[in-house]
Design a protein around this ligand. Structure first.
Ligand SMILES: Cc1cc2nc3c(=O)[nH]c(=O)nc-3n(C[C@H](O)[C@H](O)[C@H](O)COP(=O)(O)OP(=O)(O)OC[C@H]3O[C@@H](n4cnc5c(N)ncnc54)[C@H](O)[C@@H]3O)c2cc1C
Length: 388
């Protein structure tokens, strides 16, 4: 426990708005340091969308520090390779994750979101989570903040964290001019009971073709999480969920059978957006974390991983320093890495959806020619945690 902030003596509580992966992991990391935490979540129950998530090595290193590595590994499926392929699943580029598994003694885990959120929620101390608390207003009152909720409750908060996602109400309050950037891509996600051919058991494969992208990965015994993305010009209704099997009819047989086996009413549809990197994540004693601060497109599978890294770094900073320095250091330590990921992910998303056949052929050729050690080098920085 650091000297500057004596939490128990001052009896200060960190109030977190939002119980997504970022809010829950931050609460656990703070509680591990002996810091008091309350989470306020708008939903009446923790009910994540029916989809999977890939926890890359950097996120798993954080969970290793929090003592959750084995639990997560035992409930998910390890991924040792990430491949970008042609529609017939011929690899164009591949990142071999075994090197990082050895380096950090951590695997990359694909897991059901509901399973992960349950593991995290169970790890909280009793009476940490307040459900049915939708933040409706924040008022400044003598260096404390009044947090008002739609259920008519108000709390006085000295330290507040906005972990309320890309559409963050906390951010709208602090920085009303920040705008969400539309990627003009629609994304369908699903989970299906299916047995994958042996060679795909421990890989994430993402096929790029002119009809869009299709990714799939095993998350548990005979359970596969998949996602599909297509560009649109004006709005996502240009594409229909009922036409999924037509869009991907020219893709590999495994992809076709995944689509055909998934009940349409279980497929989740979303449009893709991010936040252009913003300069400031905090004001006084309120700080943004996770998607609220730096939402990114899913093209590098790093959004939640970065929220998880936030949890680790912010808990360390709040343990060591007073709030103002903790927030300033947190942003200094995390800002450059997160901005690079947001920008690179945005570029990958654009490149993946090129339609010009000449440019596409050239892109594919270049990807095939990229040496494996260069792909590894790109991942090296991403998987390395900040030294605090
Ligand atoms: C298609 C897709 C695939 C993805 N795949 C991956 C992946 O494989 N790996 C990865 O690392 N990331 C992935 N991501 C990104 C990841 O989902 C997000 O980055 C991550 O969920 C952000 O977590 P968060 O806790 O910051 O925000 P959220 O998960 O958005 O949680 C915010 C919480 O705040 C609550 N809330 C909102 N407003 C209020 C309010 N006013 N009052 C109270 N509570 C409120 C919400 O109900 C919610 O529970 C993907 C994203 C998409 C769209």
């Amino acid at each position: 426990m650091g000297v500057a902030t004596n939490w128990n003596e001052q009896k200060m509580t960190v109030n977190i708005i939002g119980a997504g992966i970022g809010g829950l992991t931050t609460a656990i990391a703070l509680q591990r340091k002996g810091i008091k935490v309350q989470i306020y979540e708008q939903a009446n129950e923790i009910k994540p969308v029916g989809s999977g998530i890939i926890l890359a090595n950097n996120a798993m290193q954080v969970y290793q520090k929090l003592g959750l590595k084995n639990k997560i590994e035992n409930n998910g499926n390890p991924i040792s390779s990430v491949n970008i392929t042609l529609p017939d699943l011929t690899p164009m580029s591949s990142v071999d994750l075994k090197y990082f598994e050895k380096k950090y003694n951590c695997q990359n885990i694909a897991i059901h979101r509901a399973t992960l959120q349950q593991i995290l929620a169970e790890e909280l101390k009793p009476n940490t989570l307040n459900l049915g608390y939708e933040l409706s207003g924040i008022e400044d009152s003598d260096n404390k903040w009044l947090l008002r909720f739609k259920n008519k409750n108000t709390i006085e908060s000295q330290i507040t964290l906005g972990a309320d996602g890309i559409n963050s109400d906390v951010r709208k309050h602090l920085f009303p001019n920040v705008k969400i950037r539309n990627a003009f891509q629609v994304c369908w996600r699903g989970i299906v009971d299916i047995v994958l051919p042996l060679r795909f058991q421990n890989e994430l494969n993402e096929a790029w073709g002119k009809e869009g992208r299709f990714g799939f990965v095993k998350i548990a015994a005979n359970k596969v999480y998949w996602y599909a993305l297509k560009s649109f010009k004006r709005d996502s209704s240009e594409h229909s969920i009922d036409s999924l099997s037509d869009y991907y009819s020219g893709y590999n047989e495994t992809i076709r059978s995944i689509i055909n086996t998934t009940p349409t009413n279980t497929i989740h549809t979303a449009t893709i957006a991010d936040l252009r990197p913003i300069k400031n994540w905090y004001k006084g004693n309120i700080c943004l974390i996770g998607d609220a601060a730096h939402a990114t497109t899913p093209n590098m599978g790093q959004g939640a991983c970065q929220a998880i890294e936030d949890a680790h770094v912010l808990a360390e900073c709040l343990d060591k320093f007073d709030t103002e320095k903790a927030f300033a250091d947190f942003q200094k330590l995390r800002g450059a890495k997160v901005s690079k990921i947001v920008n690179t992910s945005w570029q990958i998303g654009r490149m993946a959806h090129w339609e010009n056949p000449i440019a596409t052929r050239l892109r594919n050729q270049l990807m095939k020619m990229t040496p494996r050690n260069l792909s590894r080098k790109h991942s090296e920085k991403m998987f390395e945690l900040e030294h605090i």
